[in-house]
Design a binder for this molecule. Structure first.
Ligand SMILES: Cc1cc2nc3c(=O)[nH]c(=O)nc-3n(C[C@H](O)[C@H](O)[C@H](O)COP(=O)(O)OP(=O)(O)OC[C@H]3O[C@@H](n4cnc5c(N)ncnc54)[C@H](O)[C@@H]3O)c2cc1C
Length: 404
């Protein structure tokens, strides 16, 4: 049986978590011809946040999984700049990719709810089961059993833990490793104010000596606007600033137009804060009939702007690997899950590491070395090489792998 043939027998796949990883897994597994159910603890699949950017590989995967990506987000040319507006690095995009995906090679700015709505619209009815919190899981060679908080159980041939950074599946399989504190927090918001003026179609990642002040054009349900975020070092255990918008205004005030104006025009209810953490590298994801996807496998700092993107890619590849596999066959399932995770590990580990290191470099360089660091970023091609050339090339390698 070839890997692209439909499955000989419909298997049963359970997915814990209705985030980007869970929804993508369900879409791809459904296309592979298996029955799939998502167990989501909340009463709806709801985004835990507002702002989002996506790279072209997840966009391509979404399209192949039947998600309508027409006019989704605003294509942006991404640049790293200093806090005087000087360009330090431009994210290089391949002209061919640009032709297909638009300005900036199709790095888009959007708001999370639209991504969720479009993914949910592509899911077959009945796949998403809400108010279904999974407390415990167990497996043997024959099946996996989910134990739900309401006392019920569910049996599946394969389980995908897409349950985020605090994954119960990861903990069950591999223990509860500590979270890695980045000692950073981000405050982010968005506005549709139409009198901002100046540049559009950019994602500008601005850095001063201590603060990141960034903004992106967005498109949300046909409306053009902007999202922004400010990011600084913090004590992760300290209480959040009492007034997030006031703190954001203070941090953004020294950056060039339009950042201070965007923050000024943002309503308080459109502002959120996150303390940044990940969990470091997990050398093995799958065990028996169970595997991990998205943040459960490789929680990533937003410095990569790729956590949701990698989660979508994971889901896409899981479905493709399970196509044509008899899910009652324990050895075949193990082999398919291992084949899924092997190429994902170096790619996701690279992104997690790079995102962590960038955060440390921009916000935790010793005070005396900061002028030297900024001189290098302003006057040498170092940043262009690392974030402008190498990283987009690494991400775009995924495009070639995402093909039906
Ligand atoms: C400030 C910020 C900015 C970011 N910006 C970007 C960006 O620009 N681009 C990008 O690609 N990524 C970005 N990310 C990262 C991205 O948000 C995450 O990587 C992504 O949401 C991970 O998706 P996931 O499906 O793996 O996990 P989650 O989105 O965390 O979803 C997990 C789901 O599982 C459910 N769940 C958990 N436990 C259980 C249980 N026991 N039973 C049932 N359900 C359960 C949860 O309710 C949740 O719905 C950003 C993150 C932050 C914090």
């Amino acid at each position: 049986m070839s890997a692209s043939s439909p499955s000989p027998r419909r298997g049963r796949v359970a997915v814990i978590g209705g985030g980007p990883a869970g929804m993508a897994t369900a879409l791809s597994v459904h296309q592979a011809g298996h029955d799939v159910a998502i167990f989501e603890r909340y009463r709806e699949a709801r985004p835990a946040g507002n702002v989002l950017n996506l790279w072209p590989p997840p966009l391509k995967a979404l399209g192949l999984m039947g998600v309508d990506t027409t006019d989704l987000g605003a294509p942006c040319l991404s640049q790293f700049r200093n806090d005087k507006g000087r360009v330090r690095a431009t994210i290089k995009s391949d002209p061919e990719i640009e032709k297909q995906y638009g300005r900036g090679g199709g790095f888009i700015g959007l708001l999370r709810p639209e991504l969720y709505e479009r993914m949910l619209a592509a899911l077959p009815p009945g796949v998403l089961r809400t108010n279904q919190s999974v407390d415990r899981i167990e497996q043997d060679e024959r099946a996996v059993t989910l134990h739900l908080a309401d006392g019920s159980t569910y049996e599946a041939d394969v389980l995908v833990g897409a349950d985020g950074i605090d994954s119960v599946v990861r903990r069950t399989l591999w223990g509860d490793g500590p979270k890695r504190e980045h000692r950073l927090h981000a405050i982010a918001g968005y506005t549709f104010a139409d009198d901002i003026g100046g540049e559009t179609g950019y994602c500008v990642i601005g850095h001063g000596r201590e603060v990141q002040g960034s903004w992106t054009s967005i498109r949300y349900k046909g409306r053009d606007g902007y999202q922004w975020w400010v990011l600084e070092a913090c004590d992760p255990d300290a209480p959040a600033p009492a007034d997030l918008l006031a703190r954001a205004k203070q941090l953004g005030r020294t950056f060039p137009h339009p950042l201070p104006q965007l923050i000024e025009r943002t309503e308080a209810q459109h502002v959120q804060r996150w303390v940044l953490r990940d969990r470091g590298f997990l050398p093995q994801w799958s065990q028996g009939r169970i595997t991990l996807a998205g943040d459960a496998a490789h929680a990533t700092s937003p410095y990569a702007a790729y956590g949701a993107g990698m989660a979508i890619e994971d889901g896409y590849f899981i479905g493709r690997r399970l196509r044509g596999v008899d899910l009652t066959d324990f050895a075949a399932v193990r082999q398919a899950l291992q084949a899924y995770e092997e190429p994902r590990k170096p790619h996701t580990a690279f992104q997690v590491t790079m995102a962590y290191r960038n955060g440390q470099m921009f916000h935790h360089t010793p005070r005396l070395l900061r002028p030297v660091r900024d001189f290098i970023f302003d006057r040498t091609p170092f940043l262009q090489k690392v974030v402008g050339d190498t990283n987009p090339a690494e991400i775009n390698k995924q495009l070639a792998l995402i093909t039906d």
